[in-house]
Design a protein around this ligand. Structure first.
Ligand SMILES: Cc1cc2nc3c(=O)[nH]c(=O)nc-3n(C[C@H](O)[C@H](O)[C@H](O)COP(=O)(O)OP(=O)(O)OC[C@H]3O[C@@H](n4cnc5c(N)ncnc54)[C@H](O)[C@@H]3O)c2cc1C
Length: 522
């Protein structure tokens, strides 16, 4: 076997998968048929879960110049009446990061790719195309053609098809996408404001719920701004995307001298999901497995969650720590999450895309009433679900995302908790719990096992120099409060930060731990 893993395609999802494979020590080949990143931004927003993942691979500082917290979104009627607000949650942030960000995709993708160089066991081949994948001798055999036109066959334990919405591997295998029934034509225009221009533009993101032409305005980092316009039935996409037509559409907000058009593309916003996310040793991730209308800014986020949810499982299976059955949980967990998120994105789309004046007026009244009954506005992150099935226990808080508090350790080092524990299995123990009996038993249980659990013991005061190294004091009380609200004193957390389960007593925690080990072995 040449590699543990071959990753096909290095869009944001493949590049993230390559970084995570590096983090988990998998010998990996990542191939991309083009020579450089796609220079036109598509995704513009991502959320705190993705930012946490970027930070886990050491990328947060490098991408900071191209990323900015997401502003609130206001939904306006034709008469500019505010009918819905989506706000970002206020600090302190539950996952350690602002709930949502805007970003410029090409420079962030460049940093994602550059970061792979920090993992010596990950090889990247640009200008190399995968032509076919076949199973032979219990391995995946991948036929590639490099930039010089030379062909070779490379073998791997697993292949990740991160080859985008048109996925040639999916097509080769004739795998079916289920249509979740959304299909609307939109024009997307990115502009760079000229120095000093744009002072009268809205300071929030705006959904213009106007029956004549629904449209969206997004404030990007620096001078980057985006408009998205629904294309009317009597319009021709190639015509509306022409510069003079774009200038005409933008004239409501900007003078022609205020901006340069970065790019303009027309899309049909679809909702699709792959029926089978795995074919023998091939797994599908990102747009190759699902596509969602962009109204929740979740398409790329979902692909990055795919990588976060799969790579640690592949690493445990490849090293013999977990049974191959663990890999079946990939689709169980991810498909349910994608379906639910796509459902919400579609609901948003249907609100925004309403063209019937009578129905639009009804919509406006109902949204207005709802907004008035929730004065703080909807919090965007409350719309994203946790895990409902797969490798999780059966009671709350199983499947929730584990918070990430700011902590201080016994040496006085401050940081987000992940920077101390990494992407590990964790046993987190609250302040008001005598941990010794539990830890003794766990130690005995894991003796001789390759499976590693990081222990995190929360302390009421900052631990002293002589305290055990697993003791941390949290600075904002986020985690203690979270555990208190869920009535648990011990939490088992998976490497991708989803909670396996919670417990209140030593006995319950030991039983939970046994269920976790059994799930990994089955
Ligand atoms: C208008 C618009 C707005 C969006 N906004 C958002 C947003 O705000 N937030 C968000 O999260 N998502 C958003 N999305 C979705 C997001 O852009 C995509 O989900 C994401 O870019 C998909 O990434 P990917 O890596 O799966 O696929 P891609 O980026 O398509 O990458 C696939 C890669 O595979 C390569 N490849 C293909 N075949 C082969 C082969 N045989 N051999 C080698 N290489 C191959 C391709 O060259 C390509 O580089 C938006 C999408 C659109 C269109």
């Amino acid at each position: 076997m040449d590699y543990d893993l071959i990753i096909v395609g290095m869009g944001p999802v493949g590049a993230m998968a390559a970084n995570l494979a590096g983090l988990w020590g998998l010998k990996t080949l990542a191939v991309e048929k083009t020579e450089s990143v796609y220079e036109n931004p598509r995704a513009m927003g991502f959320d705190h879960e993705v930012m946490r993942a970027f930070d886990n691979i050491g990328l947060a500082d490098a991408i900071a110049p191209h990323v900015m917290p997401y502003r609130a979104s206001h939904y306006l009627t034709t008469q500019s009446r505010l009918i819905k607000r989506i706000d970002a949650a206020k600090p302190p942030y539950v996952l350690g990061w602002a709930p949502n960000y805007v970003f410029s995709q090409p420079p962030v993708e460049r940093q994602l790719r550059a970061n792979i160089a920090s993992f010596t066991h990950v090889t990247v081949e640009l200008g190399t195309e995968v032509l076919a994948v076949e199973m032979q001798d219990n391995l995946a055999q991948v036929q590639v053609r490099n930039r010089s036109g030379e062909f070779r066959v490379v073998s791997a334990g697993y292949v990740l098809a991160c080859d985008g919405g048109t996925s040639p591997i999916r097509a080769q295998l004739k795998l079916r996408m289920e249509d979740l029934e959304f299909d609307e034509p939109w024009l997307v225009v990115d502009v760079m404001l000229k120095e000093g221009a744009g002072g009268s533009l809205p300071t929030t993101n705006v959904q213009y719920c106007e029956v004549e032409r629904p449209s969206t305005y997004v404030v990007g980092p620096g001078r980057h701004r985006r408009w998205e316009f629904m294309i009317n039935p009597d319009e021709i996409p190639t015509e509306i995307a022409k510069p003079e037509s774009i200038r005409n559409l933008l004239s409501r907000w900007l003078d022609v001298d205020d901006y340069d058009i970065w790019r303009a593309s027309t899309y049909r916003f679809h909702a699709l999901i792959l029926e089978k996310w795995r074919n023998e040793r091939i797994f599908f991730l990102g747009d190759a497995a699902h596509m969602t209308p962009p109204f929740l800014a979740q398409g790329m986020c979902q692909g990055i969650r795919d990588a976060m949810g799969l790579i640690w499982k592949l690493a445990l299976v490849q090293s013999g720590i977990a049974s191959p059955g663990l890999l079946d949980t990939y689709q169980q967990e991810r498909a349910a999450h994608v379906r639910q998120t796509t459902k919400v994105a579609k609901e948003f789309g249907l609100i925004i895309c309403e063209r019937d004046p009578v129905k639009a007026a009804e919509r406006d009244e109902s949204l207005l009433q709802r907004m008035n009954s929730v004065p703080g506005g909807t919090v965007r992150q409350s719309l994203i679900p946790g895990l409902k099935n797969g490798l999780i226990d059966d009671r709350s808080p199983a499947g929730e995302l584990f918070p990430q508090p700011m902590v201080i350790d016994r040496d006085g080092v401050k940081g987000l908790l992940d920077s101390f524990t990494g992407q590990s299995f964790r046993i987190v123990i609250g302040t008001d719990f005598d941990a010794h009996p539990l830890l003794e038993q766990l130690h005995l249980r894991l003796e001789g096992s390759q499976l590693h659990f990081e222990v995190v013991r929360l302390t009421v005061e900052q631990p002293t120099h002589s305290a055990d190294p697993d003791q941390y004091h949290e600075l904002d009380g986020i985690l203690e409060q979270w555990m208190h609200e869920r009535n648990c004193k011990i939490v088992i957390v998976r490497p991708d930060h989803y909670v396996f389960g919670g417990a209140c007593t030593t006995e319950e925690a030991l039983a939970l731990f046994e269920r976790c080990l059994a799930s990994l072995a089955s």
